[in-house]
Write a protein that binds this ligand. Structure first.
Ligand code: ADP
Length: 319
């Protein structure tokens, strides 16, 4: 393989730039040319492709977002859209593609591979919801962003003796809520993977108040319930003066943590190695601090699981 492409797709995540940098530098190190596809699969279908040099990825390792831009593209879910993409790649003389993104982006990479164009997936999403890897690029940064906010909210919650409902990202995956709840000392954590009972939650809050706890932090993943609605119910059912804070898109931005930069560098480099060995249809990941790769179809066939022991531990520690 003498020329490869790289794109970022789906929800952006801090550390995507560090992954792009790793792909570009690793490929050039091996005398392979690299082309950047701008704007995800949408840009791919439109031939928005440009050559990247060593200097093209200078000064980006510490930046959030993605220099290659990202997009969501319905048309790419069709075979016609995918064939258009392949046509553009072939026009540019590209022989393999690194796709940095979440499970939706992986589906696109799998489809291209099945149509004969080798792709390797790199997990880039703040949700940490991709099977086959313990961590996804961006999760650690988003987690630290949430923790910074929780710590600040805790100060004001304590001063005013209030209960705070903090809504964090995570439509289908509770990792961000779970980890931030445990790290932030939240009294209650609600994740999509677990059922909850409003009476139970309110009873716990009331009991903690009776024991002398004057404030409380409740972390809700967006996929469980609207923070506003949840806050309303707590206000109605307990004596707590309740406020709601929705963290929103700040969770997707910011300079990537050292952890995410190292992860992105390792995973991006491995993706290039796989393509150079002619191994398309793979997805890279991290297991026991070792870089691994799996069949992308296997990854997509697996369900993401959260570590429920963390939820139990949080309950034990937040009484
Ligand atoms: P993420 O990659 O963060 O999970 P999305 O789920 O929005 O984000 O997917 C990103 C893009 O990947 C979609 O807009 C679409 O272009 C492409 N994609 C998603 N699902 C498929 C699919 N089944 N087949 C082909 N492409 C897909």
């Amino acid at each position: 393989m003498k020329r490869i492409g790289v794109l970022t797709s789906g929800g952006d995540a801090p550390g995507m730039n560090a992954a792009v940098r790793a792909v570009v530098r690793k490929a050039i190190y091996h005398d392979v040319e690299v082309y950047g596809v701008y704007g995800g699969y949408s840009g791919l279908m439109n031939g928005n492709i440009e050559k990247l040099e060593l200097g093209s990825v200078g000064d980006i390792i510490h930046r959030g977002g993605t220099m290659l831009l990202s997009a969501r593209c319905e048309e790419f879910k069709t075979k016609e859209g995918q064939l258009k993409g392949i046509e553009q790649l072939k026009l540019a003389g590209i022989e393999g593609l690194v796709v940095i993104g979440g499970d939706g982006s992986y589906r696109g990479a799998k489809a291209l591979t099945e149509l004969g164009f080798p792709c390797v997936g790199v997990p880039g999403t703040i949700d940490n919801d991709i099977p086959g890897t313990q961590y996804t690029i961006g999760f650690d940064t988003a987690l630290n962003t949430v923790i910074e906010a929780v710590d600040k909210i805790r100060d004001t919650a304590q001063s005013h003796e209030r209960a705070f409902v903090i809504e964090v990202m995570g439509r289908n995956a509770g990792d961000l809520a779970l980890w931030s709840g445990l790290a932030g000392g939240a009294e209650t954590i609600l994740i999509p993977e677990d059922n909850y009972d409003m009476n139970d939650i309110c009873q716990r809050l009331i009991k903690s108040q009776e024991r002398g706890k004057k404030h409380s932090i409740i972390i809700v993943a967006e996929g469980v319930a609207s923070g506003v609605e949840f806050g309303k119910q707590i206000k109605e059912r307990t004596d707590f003066d309740t406020r709601v804070s929705i963290l929103g898109h700040i969770q997707r931005g910011g300079s990537p943590t050292a952890f995410d930069r190292v992860l992105a560098s390792r995973l991006g480099a491995r993706a290039v190695e796989l393509l150079l060995k002619g191994k398309g249809g793979r997805a890279v990941g991290m297991k026991n601090n070792q870089v691994i790769d799996n069949d992308i179809a296997d990854i997509l066939g697996e369900a993401h699981t959260v570590d429920m022991n963390l939820l139990t531990l949080s309950k034990e520690l937040s009484i």
